[in-house]
Design a protein around this ligand. Structure first.
Ligand code: ZN
Length: 1201
């Protein structure tokens, strides 16, 4: 709204800010000793024990941290918080926080908290804002924090160096759920909204990290019931007319509005004299995912009127408005979000900057359409000229109306959204009324609503809350009353499939039954099938299909013999027949003349007592009503298409092979390849894995092989499905891991063996098969979990014949695959000729030159080629060839211009290239020393370490320049002792551990200098089956004496290696007990082990999450993260420097005793290049499955005091 807006933003018309001003004025007139201030001050009974509340609650002081114990002179790093004495459920409340700048430390949170927010923790963090019960502004870092997430920078539009003033005014409106701040005479605007969703009263709160920090609070005043709450409660049921035609509200609108076109067009009368009073609303609230879009029909050309149309949403029910405001930003009730100019306003306060300025677009005649849509997650998507431009990341109430302000330059607008949308019913009770279920499964028709089990079910059935699992109660004594139905009629061709979860042998003469039922009015759930409803059911009982007490067909599968994990399905085909399925196998038409509207019916009977739906994940199903392009709906559509294809794959029927090929090609392959973003591709691979796509594809491949691959269309389908495996496994390690568990690898190996002597180099079809096989093996070999099966299948032998293929692409795939598999004594297998190395370097160049994907045409990522080259460098001939073919220049370029992970991988690959023969050539590479010097100052620790290691392996630049050709090579002087280890030794003494625990013969320093001196690798493989682990670069190891069991059980050879970060205070206890402790364990001396703050506890943990586990990782980068290896301060007496210290254990862990899982520290980027984030955390519940063999220490110099 142009210039007017800025003055308005200062608060002239906002009730909240007017209130603020009057309160502040009142405060000036009052003395500061009024008791109301102390009534609302800090609560001495509700703060961290490390906080002192002073001056009757007007001030709080963080105590100076204690040292950990008298023996351990290490001050603890901790964060402490305090809540106010009062909490507020309603009204607007305003208080001032006084926080001197020198008292702020690394994290200084000003905000609000419910009683459920924690008030102390170890380490420095944004404690207020650390869960979903508190939130606020970190004035040290200018960030808004909620639920342990950074919401955005704040205040909006401030330069990075902005420093919050010492006095900050906090404005909390509990009626609208909004938190805002003021300071230095400036209104910083709305900070956070949606506070009502916390659903608890909130108190003022702060959290501080700085020892001795003093923070004052002065309550300025408030109202018990703030501005009128929007008349439409958030939870009000949607009007029954919700899905009807969509128009402007015919009765409630601005006084200057006239309607045309059946209330679908609205215009401002006498626009030249009238610039306001033209607010219009939608006739009903917006549905989820329903686009409300207007077309701008007319504007005043060449007008200098400051402002244009605004679109938005409001919680106000127009019907209940006493008068329509002149402009919508004047609206005093409810919550109204308006897109105005280049900003999103909430009740006229800016909540977000928008990427497009619609006022400017309107002025230049470039604005044609504007739209808003609340998505399934409750956020608001914004559209300009039919194009999605962004999302307001807030939780919008479920009942919101669309609103348009036909303002200033804009004269007439029309609704573009479709006139009438076919309603899609969510669930229908079996009362016999008709239902408009879509009749086609073509990918273009709107998808049906998700299917679940119907709530109405047999007496003995216990339904899970998501209505996807049904269990028969009393299954020991009762075999009946286990009937469940589908929530809606099945679509034609839609398979309803369940999975058998639990069986009991007691009832083995009777079992599961499944069928279709024509529900009629007065239907009563029978005890069992077919029972008294035989006339209206077609049911599979035992090995027979019944209808109306007649056997319609015999099947060669008896349902009384199903096992756990079996899948059983039923489908009404489009030719009005019923088909039954067992583990995807179609038994063909079992009966015909099935009515059009039938429900699935399942009898959880006899030996089967628990079943689950095995249908597409319903959470992502969304109605597709929005016209026009929209990335969100595109993703939903993509998922929908993936699911439809998976459904089709389940039905193995020769007649549908062509359809499967076409659907897979369009919905899985082309759709995937049309998206270039590796993250998006990875996400698609993960979603596909969640749908068990790999199992269904491999099952289908096996089915196709049985049909005979000689037939062209079968071969084409086969080839398409394999390409899908190749592409998805390329970007998603999760998918590659899942593939390793299928029979695909053994198929691939048998193919490679079969074709090795055939003319694959000249036969295009064979060539394609072989190529795909090799890439698949390469992708699967990257996953450490697959190494075991790769060994068992003797994959190396199968690949070797292709290593020297005349076709370069083929030999490259073979080499790269082998590079992940060969053991130390097999390095001769990966010896490549010059041309092959040159070809791989060419792929690297190609991948790096693609600035969008960082990927080559054939799908190799930069990181991946670098890791492959590092692997190949285990062979000396390859090292020489890489140098000869100018590979080092490419590495230097990547180290200079690449992403941090690429810089690190390039340095690691180059490090592998350095040996006596190559060192001089490498050191002479132009630009190398310069780029290494730059990398030494990288903000990323791994990049710094990589460059340090490389520098240590190279002669220094000076010595190289001075070196004469006939002079002997400079050799690094033998170092007597390591400074880093000395400091670590001093630190170890402060831990005061009994020396009897240690075996110092195997102590080892892994600082860059020592590590490079030894010439060790960064990753090793240990155990049976073999697993990788990273060496603890940057740490110092104090070796522990091994228990007898280690030798007895050959632990060092047969078990896997991993790390376990912990706090320094726990070390002594763990050493005394002799193994890692689980939460809840009682240690020696009777002390109970508690769970660290910030980790899950029994009271606060995701459902099904067992905290009685030990977490370890093959990566020290993960195990050494602050969430595990708690950092604390240490001052070295000799160097007088301050360090941040951490400790961790190096352990052996029994293979098969642990499960591999996702990282849980909220990492957004890859933690360790060797391990995917999805396989970096190992958890074990098995006692005795770990053996400690080293205590690791890491000291980092504190950068600033
Ligand atoms: Zn060292």
């Amino acid at each position: 709204m142009g210039n007017e807006l800025s003055s308005r933003e200062l608060g002239s018309d906002l009730a909240m800010l007017a209130l603020l001003r009057s309160l502040e004025e009142a405060r000036m007139a009052r003395s500061s000793s009024e008791p109301i201030m102390t009534q609302h001050g800090w609560d001495p009974d509700d703060c961290s024990d490390n906080m002192d509340v002073l001056e009757d609650g007007l001030k709080v002081r963080k105590k100076v941290s204690r040292t950990l114990s008298p023996l351990l002179p290490i001050p603890e790093m901790r964060t402490d918080a305090v809540r106010g004495k009062k909490s507020y459920r309603n009204g607007t409340h305003i208080w001032r926080i006084h926080w001197p700048k020198q008292h702020r430390g690394s994290h200084a949170m000003v905000g609000v908290a419910s009683t459920q927010a924690p008030l102390k923790c170890i380490g420095f963090t944004h404690l207020i804002g650390s869960n979903d019960q508190s939130l606020g502004w970190d004035i040290a870092r200018n960030l808004l924090i909620y639920n342990d997430c950074t919401i955005r920078r704040y205040p909006d539009g401030k330069m990075p160096g902005f420093e919050a003033p010492e006095d900050i005014t906090v404005i909390l409106n509990m009626d609208t759920g909004v938190l805002g701040f003021k300071g230095g005479g400036e209104n910083y605007g709305v900070a956070l909204t949606g506070l009502r969703s916390i659903n608890r009263p909130l108190s003022p709160a702060i959290s501080a990290t700085k020892d001795g920090a003093e923070i004052g609070i002065h309550y300025l005043g408030g109202t018990d019931s703030g501005p009128t709450v929007g008349p439409t409660p958030i939870t009000s049921p949607r009007p029954a007319s919700a899905a009807g035609a969509f128009t402007f509200h015919s009765k409630v609108h601005g006084s200057a509005v006239k309607f045309l076109n059946n209330y679908r067009t609205a215009a401002r009368e006498d626009p030249l004299n009238n610039d306001k009073n033209a607010v219009v609303f939608t006739s009903r609230p917006l549905e989820t995912e329903e686009l409300f879009e207007i077309h701008i029909d007319k504007r005043i050309k060449g007008s200098d009127k400051p402002g244009s149309v605004e679109i938005g949403v409001t919680t106000v029910n127009p019907q209940e408005l006493s008068s329509v405001p002149a402009t919508m930003t004047d609206c005093k009730v409810g919550q109204t979000w308006m897109y105005s100019g280049a900003e999103m306003l909430l009740n006229s306060l800016k909540v977000a900057n928008m990427p497009k300025d619609i006022y400017e677009l309107q002025s230049t005649g470039k604005l044609s359409k504007l739209g808003v849509k609340r998505d399934a997650q409750g956020r608001l998507d914004i559209f300009v000229n039919g194009e999605y431009i962004g999302t307001i990341n807030d939780r919008f109430p479920t009942t919101i109306y669309g609103v348009v302000d036909i303002y200033m330059q804009t004269v007439q607008v029309s609704i573009t959204s479709p006139k009438v949308e076919a309603p899609i019913e969510k669930e229908e009770e079996p009362s016999g009324q008709t239902q408009e279920a879509a009749k086609s499964t073509s990918p273009t028709s709107p998808p049906p609503p998700p299917i679940t089990f119907r709530k109405t079910c047999g007496k003995n059935v216990e339904m899970s809350s998501d209505q996807k699992t049904a269990t028969r109660r009393n299954y020991m004594t009762d075999c009946d009353n286990g009937i469940v139905l589908s929530s809606r009629p099945l679509q034609s061709g839609e398979m309803f499939e369940i999975r058998v979860d639990k069986t009991i042998s007691k009832w083995d003469h009777e079992g599961l039954k499944i069928g279709l039922v024509d529900l009629h009015s007065g239907f009563e759930i029978p005890r069992t099938l077919p029972g008294q409803i035989a006339e209206v059911t077609w049911s599979w009982v035992g090995d027979e299909v019944f209808h109306d007490r007649r056997v319609e067909k015999k099947l060669n599968m008896n349902l009384n013999r199903v096992k756990n994990g079996d899948r059983v399905g039923v489908m009404r085909a489009s030719d009005n027949t019923v088909h039954f399925f067992y583990n995807g196998q179609d038994f063909g038409a079992a009966a015909d003349r099935i009515p059009e509207k039938v429900f699935a019916i399942v009898d959880v009977h006899g030996c089967t007592f628990e079943v689950s739906l095995n249908m597409p994940d319903t959470e992502m199903e969304t109605k597709q009503t929005a016209p026009g392009p929209n990335p969100n709906s595109e993703v939903n559509t993509a998922l929908m298409k993936m699911k439809q294809t998976v459904e089709l794959l389940k039905i193995k029927n020769e007649a549908s092979i062509k359809k499967v090929k076409q659907m897979a090609q369009e919905n899985l392959l082309e759709l995937y390849r049309s998206h270039q973003d590796p993250l998006l591709r990875k996400a698609m691979g993960e979603k596909f894995t969640e749908m068990q796509g790999e199992t269904h594809i491999v099952d289908y491949l096996k089915f196709l092989r049985e049909c005979g691959l000689e037939v062209d269309y079968i071969q084409e389908c086969y080839s398409t499905l394999r390409k899908i495996c190749v592409w998805y496994s390329n970007d998603s390690l999760k998918f590659a891991r899942a593939l390793g568990e299928t029979d695909l690898l053994s198929i691939v190996v048998s193919e490679l063996q079969k074709y090795k002597n055939k003319s694959y180099e000249t036969d295009e079809k064979l060539l394609d098969v072989v190529k795909t096989d090799l890439i698949l093996l390469h992708n699967c070999a990257k996953v450490t979990e697959n190494r075991g099966v790769i060994r068992r299948l003797q994959v190396i032998d199968a690949i070797l014949p292709y290593r020297n293929s005349k076709i370069k692409e083929l030999s490259t795939h073979a080499l790269m695959a082998l590079s992940y598999m060969v053991a130390i004594d097999e390095h001769h297998y990966i010896q490549a000729d010059e041309n092959s190395i040159a070809f791989i370097l060419q792929i690297l160049e190609e991948a790096f030159s693609n600035k969008t994907t960082h990927m080559s045409e054939t799908g190799y990522h930069v990181d991946e080629v670098l890791v492959g080259l590092a692997n190949l460098a285990k062979n000396k001939g390859n090292r020489i060839n890489v140098v000869k073919k100018q590979g080092v220049n490419t590495f230097v370029k990547i180290m200079k211009l690449g992403r941090p992970s690429e810089q690190e991988c390039a340095a690691m690959a180059l490090l592998e290239m350095v040996d006596d023969t190559t060192v001089q050539h490498i050191a002479a590479t132009p630009g190398l020393h310069g780029v290494l010097a730059t990398m030494k100052n990288s903000p990323v620790e791994a990049v710094r370490q990589a460059s340090e290691r490389l520098l240590l392996k190279l002669p220094s630049q000076d010595s190289f320049v001075q070196m004469m050709p006939d002079m002997p090579k400079p050799t690094a002087p033998k170092r007597r002792k390591c400074d880093y280890k000395e400091i670590c030794n001093a630190y170890m003494k402060t831990l005061n551990l009994n020396d009897a625990f240690f075996d110092h013969e195997f102590d080892r320093c892994y600082c860059s200098v020592c590590h490079t001196d030894r010439g060790d690798d960064l990753y090793y493989t240990r155990g049976d089956p073999p697993k990788d682990y990273g060496i603890p670069a940057g740490w110092c190891r104090y070796a522990l004496s091994l228990p007898a069991k280690a030798k007895a059980m050959n632990v060092l050879e047969a078990w896997h290696r991993a790390y376990h970060g912990t706090r320094s205070t726990a070390v002594a206890k763990i050493l005394q007990v002799g193994e890692l402790l689980m939460p809840g364990d009682t240690a020696l001396g009777g002390e109970k082990i508690s769970v660290c703050k910030g980790h899950f506890t029994e009271e606060r943990k995701p459902e099904g999450f067992n905290i009685k586990k030990i977490f370890v990782s093959p990566s020290i980068r993960y195990a050494g993260h602050s969430a595990y290896a708690m950092p604390h301060k240490y001052k070295d007496a000799t160097t007088e420097k301050n360090y941040v210290a951490r400790v961790a254990f190096q352990i052996c862990i029994r293979p098969d005793s642990y499960v591999v899982g996702d990282q849980t520290i909220g990492a957004l980027s890859q933690i360790d290049p060797k391990f995917d984030n999805q396989e970096i955390e190992w958890a074990t519940e098995e006692r005795g499955s770990t053996v400690l063999y080293g205590l690791l220490v890491k000291l980092e110099e504190e950068v600033s005091a």
